[in-house]
Ligand binder design. Structure first.
Ligand code: G3H
Ligand code: 13P
Ligand code: NA
Ligand code: ZN
Length: 310
């Protein structure tokens, strides 16, 4: 059924695993994710960005998710707004039947972030919808905003305590060194995230679900596949999967993955185009792309998130 993340996160917190939140933009992506979740008996969060709503139109995405629920009534699926930038888009998604929304006030001043998050919580909670907020700034590209590495600020643990208390948000996205997109760390660097900071935050806010954005691993196999068939993704580097497993031990209940799906889909389509130049039936490349999404999500559930059989 369509559920909120309340129970999902409670169980994930206690079990030391995380639930995957995968970005959805079209039918093949939704089908691939849901097939993997069903097969592994895993809860799943389907998240929709403002860009996804614009691309597919809200009603198409909503109806595709409804189709997934009809096909898999046994599955716990949360429908979540990713990076809502203002009250209006959160309200629209709540009114549309989303079970969870993110209000991303991380670009605002602290007091403005508190006020905006509180406003969304006050609208969401009476309607049975949960709210994810964000404190601290991730580096990387999200929608049109390009936050440079220098402007990225890690989440302050004491401020996080105050923020959660004052806003009443249900989960909190924190900045500890991950970033959006396929270029998270310098090509010659050893990727690092601030696990000590995560532990501190988690200890100060016990039993509270934390969220990790920018958690794709940028799997070399798919970067290489893109590049082997005409792509140009030089020096792409992601978050090593063992780090994510470790984060799930310290209160991280939701792990956001989009770039890894994009890379898998693009790599496979590039390969299909190169190897079958006479084909012009979209099903012949969108089908394999859907299979690649399925394979990637299954890998994440079994080897990174640990949400199978939950
Ligand atoms: O954090 C952003 C997600 O990867 C969604 O990206 O805004 O281009 O849909 P998008
Ligand atoms: P990636 O770009 O690492 O997949 O992060 C996705 C994300 O955080 C969506 O909100
Ligand atoms: Na989110
Ligand atoms: Zn994000």
């Amino acid at each position: 059924p369509l559920v909120t993340t309340k129970e999902m996160f409670k169980k994930a917190y206690e079990g030391g695993y995380a639930v995957g939140a995968f970005n959805v933009n079209n039918m093949e992506i939704i089908q691939g994710i849901v097939k993997a979740a069903a097969e592994t008996k895993s809860p799943v969060i389907l998240q929709v960005s403002a860009g996804a709503r614009k691309y597919a139109s809200p009603v198409y995405l909503k109806k595709l998710v409804e189709a997934a629920l009809i096909e898999h009534p046994e599955l716990d699926i949360a429908l979540h707004l990713d990076h809502g930038e203002d009250f209006e888009i959160c309200k629209a998604c709540i009114d549309d039947g989303f079970t969870s929304v993110m209000i991303d006030g991380s670009h605002l001043s602290y007091e403005e972030n508190v006020a905006l998050t509180k406003q969304v919580v006050e609208y969401a909670h009476p309607r049975g919808v949960v709210v994810e907020a964000e404190l601290g700034r991730l580096a990387g590209v999200e929608d049109a905003v390009n936050v440079s590495a220098e402007d990225a600020t890690y989440t302050d643990p004491d401020q996080a305590v105050d923020f959660v208390k004052r806003t009443g948000c249900d989960s909190l996205a924190i900045a500890i060194g991950t970033s959006h997109g396929a270029y998270k760390f310098a090509a010659d660097s050893d990727p690092k995230i601030d696990i000590e900071r995560l532990k501190k935050i988690s200890n100060l806010i016990p039993d509270f679900p934390l969220v990790l954005h920018g958690a794709s691993s940028v799997i070399p196999e798919y970067v290489a596949m893109c590049n082997a068939f005409g792509g140009d993704l030089k020096d792409a580097k992601g978050c090593p999967e063992p780090m994510l497993r470790e984060a799930a031990q310290y209160g991280v209940c939701k792990i956001n993955i989009d770039s890894d799906l994009r890379l898998a889909m693009t790599g496979v389509i590039r390969k299909e185009f190169a190897e079958n130049p006479s084909n012009f039936d979209p099903r012949k490349y969108l089908g394999p792309a859907r299979d690649a999404i399925y394979g990637m999500v299954k890998h994440k559930i079994l080897n990174v998130l640990g949400s199978n059989e939950k």
